[in-house]
Design a protein. Structure first.
Length: 187
């Protein structure tokens, strides 16, 4: 790019939620190293604590990326966090330890873990679209929904699933099964 088309560097977009009239205002941000852009944003929907400012939790990250808008940088940061959450879920599902001795057998084990993760993700996406269980990690899903006691009964050429009525998550499981059954057949 030649010098005529190069953009002038803008002032860093400070988005730290501090007011200039407070003693801990934007003048404290001058201590950051040259080339770093501290970004702070309020995280909506977080569980509030007594240390939160004005009812919002403040999260921040520092980057030396010279270009890009705040929204793009935050999206990149949050995508990385989702990737790390998926890795954590894979370790909870069975990827933490490779239980077999042979490389080929462990390769099959990794494929089974990936299949289980895909089935779990699609089940959460399709069966629990408006439920808080859509965001649950695999361990919580196992303990609340997948271990739900039930009995299959065959009667008049139909199969009926009987679930425990006193279990606290039976209604969520029934709603998920009903949602899945209402989906059209693929293809």
């Amino acid at each position: 790019m030649d010098a005529g088309l190069r953009r002038r560097p803008k002032a860093p977009p400070w988005c730290v939620r501090r007011r200039a009239d407070r003693p801990d205002g934007p003048d404290r941000l001058a201590a950051w190293p040259a080339g770093h852009r501290p970004q702070g944003t309020a995280h909506p929907g977080a569980q509030l604590r007594t240390t939160d400012v004005d009812g919002n939790r403040i999260t921040a990250f520092a980057t030396n990326t010279a270009r890009g808008q705040l929204a793009d940088l935050e999206l990149r940061h949050r995508r990385r966090a989702r990737c790390e959450d998926r890795i954590h879920g894979a370790k909870d599902t069975g990827l933490a330890n490779l239980p077999l001795h042979d490389f080929a057998q462990n390769r099959v084990w990794c494929a089974l873990v990936a299949l289980a993760l895909d089935l779990t993700a699609w089940t959460q996406l399709l069966a629990l679209p408006d439920q808080p269980a859509r965001r649950w990690e695999p361990k919580r899903l196992r303990h609340r929904l997948f271990w739900l006691a039930g009995r299959l009964a065959h009667h008049a050429r139909t199969t009926v699933l009987h679930l425990a009525t006193r279990h606290p998550w039976t209604t969520l499981a029934v709603a998920a099964i009903t949602t899945l059954r209402a989906l059209p057949a693929p293809g």
